[in-house]
Write a protein that binds this ligand. Structure first.
Ligand code: ADP
Length: 496
């Protein structure tokens, strides 16, 4: 079928690396788009032009675009760039009053922007105006997470002209913990009337839930691992939408993210002091020396160095890693011969807890910034990489850790569970250490203890494990081919 040969695909996202980055979503969009384009499909991406994105480096579309949302009219501009090493066109929606700000969703320690519903409704609504302006109508409209969830609702409820008759809506869940909740009376900001509150699928305990509406209105739904696709149907991980998602399992697929091995390649990485690969592992130790010196840690190969790089939010397990009054971190840092380095920014209570603990323990170093270079150095220097998440839809850092020969210690959940196998449970395929659910302080402590024992008492086993992890690959090509199957199955399905 012609569709399967060359599809027109429009991605809409609030984040695209390197222009707007808050989490893993930013990395998915360009990598997936590039692979889809390489496979012969036409791909365009739309995202807001936030303040930090320099207009002078972009090509301006000659015509302004007027977008109506309810009573309000917005004048927007479009800018364009071709994604590096591809034919993917990246469009930036410019609307100074809504996007000309420092943050994507809000500013540090000030919470989310109060007009986020309006900001992301405009992005979603503009998607259709962009298509009209370009005279280009996609076969697949692919929206990601709550900020672009409204694309699915507009497609079903507003865009029933012949122009979009053949367009199918795909909604990807990257994190079910953020659903886009707003007070019910803000609905007119989206252009929907209050009498559509329930019928268009927004109503969630009296509030607007954008993700709920997308789950109801999308033609198909994906999430970023098979494990997470199962978990979100349960009360524990469904954040109140487990019933809604369970009713759509016939169109739900779990597709594991790939890893960008161009950026994350220890043999070519420009960020790290000493490059290495499986045939030059001795150079990895030089990175450890470098980081120990830079971080003011004891310069020794004796203790294993454990790295962590993540947003500092509850989801990432910091409540239990720290423990009450930092008691768990205290016992890790005092009882175990280990060094720990954490890089991240996020919630104030975690930042403060980590800072205070770092002042107390000489074997703990904490960097509270967002720093690309440092994230590469930590991967290259560490012997183990700790991800004690409460839940993890896919997770990217365990994939980077494997590539950099840093053995992952991860919770048995979502994408972590789909990518990491405990070396004790399966000596042949094992590539890391798993922490069982439900997560608690003791389990984190014992997992770190197990890592220390492996390092100290069984170095040859550690080395064998490391050799195996470094050759593991999670390819975007494979992920893209699964998305293509989902797209063509959705196009070929009978309308529901
Ligand atoms: P999430 O999407 O939940 O934030 P992922 O593991 O999927 O988690 O992706 C997080 C990405 O953000 C990884 O590429 C990680 O290296 C990066 N990252 C997170 N915090 C920082 C930081 N402080 N500095 C640099 N990179 C970071």
């Amino acid at each position: 079928m012609c569709y399967n040969l060359c599809m027109k695909i429009l991605m809409v996202s609030s984040e695209v690396f390197p222009h707007a980055v808050a989490g893993g979503l930013a990395e998915v969009i360009p990598n997936l788009s590039r692979e889809l384009s390489t496979a012969g499909h036409q791909v365009k991406i739309l995202l807001p032009r936030y303040y930090n994105i320099d207009r002078l480096l972009l090509e301006k579309h000659p015509e302004p675009m007027s977008v109506q949302l309810g009573e309000k009219q917005y004048w927007t501009e479009l800018y364009k760039l071709t994604l590096a090493n591809s034919e993917v066109e990246l469009y930036f929606l410019d609307c100074e009053q809504l996007y000309g700000r420092d943050g994507i969703y809000g500013e540090k320690n000030r919470g989310e922007y109060p007009d986020n519903l309006e900001r992301f409704a405009l992005l979603s609504r503009s998607t259709f105006h962009l298509c009209r302006l370009l005279g280009w109508y996609p076969d697949i409209l692919h929206a990601h997470d709550w900020p672009t969830a409204l694309c699915m609702t507009y497609l079903k409820h507003y865009e029933n002209s012949y122009r979009f008759e053949k367009t199918r809506g795909i909604f990807s869940i990257h994190n079910f913990g953020y659903q886009g909740l707003f007070p019910g009376d803000q609905l007119p900001a989206t252009g929907f009337d209050m009498d559509e509150f329930v019928s268009a699928g927004f109503e969630f305990h009296g509030r607007i839930n954008l993700m709920k509406s997308a789950l109801i209105n999308a033609d198909a739904i994906s999430t970023v691992s098979r494990g997470y696709a199962r978990e979100i149907q349960s009360k524990e991980y469904g954040f109140g939408l487990q019933g809604v998602i369970s009713r759509r399992t016939s169109v739900l697929r779990g597709i594991l993210n790939g890893c960008d091995y161009e950026t994350w390649n220890p043999s070519r990485d420009q960020h790290i002091p000493c490059r290495f690969d499986d045939d030059s592992m001795e150079n990895k130790a030089l990175n450890k020396n470098f980081l120990q010196e830079e971080a003011g840690l004891e310069m020794s190969s004796r203790p294993p160095l454990i790295g962590m790089v993540s947003r500092l939010v509850d989801q990432k397990g910091y409540r239990m890693l720290l423990g009450k009054n930092s008691a768990n971190l205290r016992r890790i840092c005092t009882n175990l011969d280990v060094q720990l380095i954490v890089l991240g920014t996020g919630e104030k209570w975690i930042e403060e807890g980590l800072r205070e603990a770092a002042a107390e323990f000489p074997n703990l170093r904490v960097y509270i910034h967002y720093n690309e270079k440092m994230s590469h150095i930590i991967q290259a220097a560490s012997d183990f990489f700790l991800i004690p998440s409460l839940y993890e839809p896919c997770g990217l850092t365990q994939m980077y850790a494997l590539r950099y020969g840093s053995i992952p210690i991860v919770t048995r959940t979502g994408g972590l569970r789909d990518t990491i196998i405990d070396f004790d449970e399966d000596p042949e395929k094992g590539n890391g250490i798993l922490i069982d659910l439900p997560l608690d302080e003791d389990k984190i402590y014992h997992a770190v203890e197990k890592a220390c024992a492996l390092w100290k008492d069984n170095k040859s086993r550690y080395d064998g494990l490391q050799k195996k992890t470094i050759s593991a690959r999670f390819s975007w090509k494979e992920a893209a081919s699964k998305y293509l199957n989902l797209y063509s199955d959705t196009i070929n399905a009978r309308p529901s």
